[in-house]
Design a protein around this ligand. Structure first.
Ligand code: GLN
Ligand code: ZN
Length: 772
């Protein structure tokens, strides 16, 4: 088959590229600069070198128009705040004294000045720094970074397209600055912001930009008609700017929906849409507006946030349907390649047969180039690539890794009963009370205790071979002994073993489950200089042997008090891994859930009466559009119940989530049917306790009374006061006393005092309870 058309030749492009460099040079340079070991000049030279290398690599691979401005020392939303002059008052002196140091002060804070708040970029695991705006915000254009980077690329003789966070998304991601009324709407600042964008656009045009890309992912979320009107006004005004580059408005992560007609009508020259998951919806939307006559359409067909080789034939078919819907159709990854690791061929430990299923940033770039060639010159022109791609896809589809008959049979046999506890909550609660014999207001922790340098060193030594398995085992056991002894002495009621054996709450389990792949160089930016290597859910998941039982059982052997078993839940396992794209997420979740269910049941059989299944990611993986929430929450809560429902009524299931904003998923929390939930609450003064109560949450809850995100030690009085607030919402026989989250990032000294204070607070309030 040959796809030929009269349209101009399709070009390949990307919106952004991994920033850190092959050997994470950027991380080393930035952290070296923070420590005073790298000069500012050296830091800037490393950055310029990395940008240049990326552009040359992209253009060498056949990318027609390289992105500029996507590079960042820390975060591109912070860069945007600098570009529009939205520097918080408390950082202004530092920025004036030294732009680089001031920038890092905004990102990380200093001894005396708090950084900007950090939060997740849409539903990815990338974190951005939240702009702080208020009615007094004055925007001032500073196009230096954008212009400099554009000039660097142009000087290499390349066609380049600056990529900026669009004004609507920038304002929608902002929050009221400290001291500003909570209901302040940053979007009301649009009229002040637009002239600044206009100035930047003019500067970029003057510097030689033909096109500029304005990213508006906030428009793929549910927006009110008023927001959409504001967006229409923004692009009408920007479209009217004289001497500006052509504007490409980019959307990704979901369908544009009602925003599509708005942007289609706007006086801009191009639109970029996500044609991966949201392909059908976006295609229908385009058809409904009669296409984009006279405009450029950039089709994000290659999945920019997962690591699988593209189905080239399928993408070509999608691209074929787009021809004729716009003046020209170009090909791209669906979003910036920032969200995937750099190069799959660096993974020497992955079987080459499996490696060809994978595509990281470098491979995805090649795919977009291939697709553009196929679109403009016909499939014959890419016959070799198509054949290799077909072979790779079928080897994946037929591999025993992706199709384990035993796992499939087990999933197929799952019934409703498997996902339901054998007794309703009230009966379980009575059985657990009798079995555990806990006091009212029982005290516990969330699982981890401080991950000391000695523990990390022991793990590194084990990997390096300088510590043998027996030596490592003894090191961990010694730590468990210490943690148990401390909790006993302090008077904690439900103990934990402290999780000293865990490098990371997802990786630890991924390494022990069949069907998961690990990478050695698959670093992805999480925030600033922090990079993570998410494991890959590659095949059917099963658990060859117990993963945590020996540690928990050892801890239990040291004490007569109950020791809580600790597991990471199925939703979080998916959220912090790269997921399969060849079956619904619900199927993968069910497989992981069954593997974890075995662990839960084995813990119970080994004498564990309390088992906690952490789901901190339940809220953050919520789809961007409300219409998609019910389907997600249905499989997510089902997976949790499948993990936990196999235990006896008198075994107590706990769960933990660490965020304060969960108002929109209270029902889902209820649907988990966990016996006890612990949540972050200290900073929000127990708001979650009131929200749970308002919802009529019938089970036990532990709103955190110690904010573990800071080294501050809460006094016993402070914890008591928070507990009193908690008691106003939740009765004493259902209220637990615990910190906000795990203690792995804390030091021992503050952990000791804080936990002692927590126990004191619980005892004080117990003394005040009416005796029945
Ligand atoms: N059990 C984990 C811990 O204590 C929970 C961590 C989390 O919620 N992110 O470390
Ligand atoms: Zn937590």
């Amino acid at each position: 088959m040959t796809t030929k058309s009269a349209a101009p030749a399709a070009r390949a492009t990307v919106y952004g590229y991994p920033r850190q460099g092959r050997d994470r040079e950027l991380k080393k340079a930035v952290e070296g600069y923070w420590k005073g070991r790298v000069t500012a000049d050296a830091l800037h030279a490393v950055a310029a070198g990395l940008r240049r290398a990326n552009w040359l690599e992209l253009s060498g691979a056949g990318i027609a128009e390289v992105p500029t401005g996507d590079f960042s020392f820390y975060d591109h939303v912070l860069d945007t705040s600098v570009m529009v002059g939205a520097v918080p008052g408390r950082h202004r002196d530092a920025v004036a004294a030294d732009a680089t140091d001031g920038y890092f002060a905004m990102a990380r804070g200093t001894q005396d000045v708090a950084p900007l708040e950090m939060t997740k970029w849409f539903d990815t695991n990338y974190h951005y720094l939240v702009p702080e705006l208020g009615p007094d915000t004055v925007f001032v254009a500073d196009s230096t970074k954008q212009v400099t980077e554009l000039r660097e690329a142009l000087a290499l003789g390349l066609a380049a397209r600056p990529v900026l966070v669009g004004p609507i998304t920038y304002l929608l991601l902002a929050k009221p600055a400290p001291g500003v009324a909570e209901d302040f709407q940053p979007l009301t600042l649009l009229d002040r912001l637009l002239p600044v964008y206009a100035e930047v656009l003019a500067d970029l045009r003057a510097a030689g930009a033909e096109w500029v890309q304005l990213d508006e992912p906030a428009l793929v979320q549910d927006r009110t008609p008023a927001d959409l009107n504001t967006a229409a006004r923004a692009y009408r005004d920007l479209g009217a700017v004289e001497d500006r580059p052509k504007i490409l408005v980019a959307s990704y992560f979901d369908r544009l929906g009602d925003a599509l007609p708005v942007l289609a009508k706007a006086p801009v020259e191009g639109l970029a849409l996500d044609f991966t998951g949201p392909a059908a919806a976006n295609l229908a939307g385009l058809a409904a507006v009669g296409g984009l006559p006279g405009k450029r359409l950039v089709a994000g067909v290659v999945d920019g946030r997962n690591i699988w080789a593209d189905d080239l034939q399928k993408s070509l078919t999608t691209l074929g349907t787009l021809l004729g819907l716009a003046d020209r159709v170009d090909v791209s990854a669906s979003c910036s390649l920032l969200h995937v690791p750099l190069d799959a061929t660096a993974e020497k430990d992955i079987d080459p047969q499996i490696l060809r299923w994978l595509a990281f940033a470098r491979q995805k770039t090649a795919e977009t180039v291939t697709l553009a060639a196929g679109l403009s010159r016909g499939t014959d022109a890419i016959a070799g690539e198509l054949a290799a791609n077909r072979a790779a896809l079928s080897s994946r589809a037929e591999s025993p890794l992706t199709r384990d008959p035993a796992v499939r049979a087990r999933v197929a046999a799952v019934t409703d009963t498997d996902g339901r506890r054998s007794r309703p909550y009230p009966e379980r609660a009575a059985a657990q009370r009798a079995h555990l014999g806990l006091p009212p207001l029982p005290t516990t922790t969330i699982g981890s205790f401080p991950q000391t340098t000695e523990l990390r060193t022991a793990r590194a030594d084990l990997r390096a071979g300088s510590l043998d398995a027996a030596g490592y085992e003894e090191r961990i056991r010694a730590e468990i002994r210490e943690v148990i002894a401390f909790q006993e002495k302090t008077g904690v009621d439900v103990l934990v073993h402290g999780e000293p054996e865990r490098n990371d709450m997802v990786q630890y389990f991924a390494e022990q489950l069949d069907g998961y792949l690990a990478t050695r160089h698959g670093w992805v930016q999480s925030y600033g200089t922090r990079y993570v290597r998410p494991p890959i859910l590659a095949g059917d998941i099963s658990r060859p042997k117990p993963m945590t039982v020996r540690w928990t059982a050892y801890a239990q052997s040291l004490t007569a008090k109950p020791v809580k078993g600790m597991l990471t839940g199925p939703v979080t396992m998916l959220a912090w891994s790269f997921v399969r794209d060849d079956q619904p997420l619900a199927d993968t979740a069910r497989q992981v859930a069954l593997a974890l269910r075995d662990e839960v049941n084995d813990l119970e059989a080994a004498g564990t009466s309390v088992i906690q299944v952490d789901e901190p990611a339940l809220r953050e993986t919520l789809p961007l559009r409300a219409a998609d929430h019910p389907a997600y929450l249905a499989w997510a809560t089902e997976a949790f119940r499948l993990t936990t429902a196999g235990v006896r009524p008198d075994t107590q299931i706990h769960t933990h989530m660490c965020y304060a904003e969960f108002g929109d998923i209270v029902q889902a929390i209820d649907d988990l049917d966990a016996d006890v939930i612990s949540l972050e609450a200290a900073r929000s003064h127990m708001r979650v306790a009131r929200e749970l109560a308002a919802h009529g949450y019938p089970r036990e809850a532990g709103p955190g009374v110690w904010d573990i995100h800071s080294p501050r030690v809460p006094s016993a009085e402070e914890a008591t006061a928070l507990l009193r607030k908690g008691l106003e919402a939740i009765p004493a026989d259902r209220l637990w006393v615990n910190p906000d989250c795990g203690l792995k990032t804390r030091g021992w000294p503050e952990t000791r005092t804080s936990l002692e204070n927590l126990v004191t607070a619980a005892r004080t309030l117990r003394g005040e309870l009416p005796t029945t």
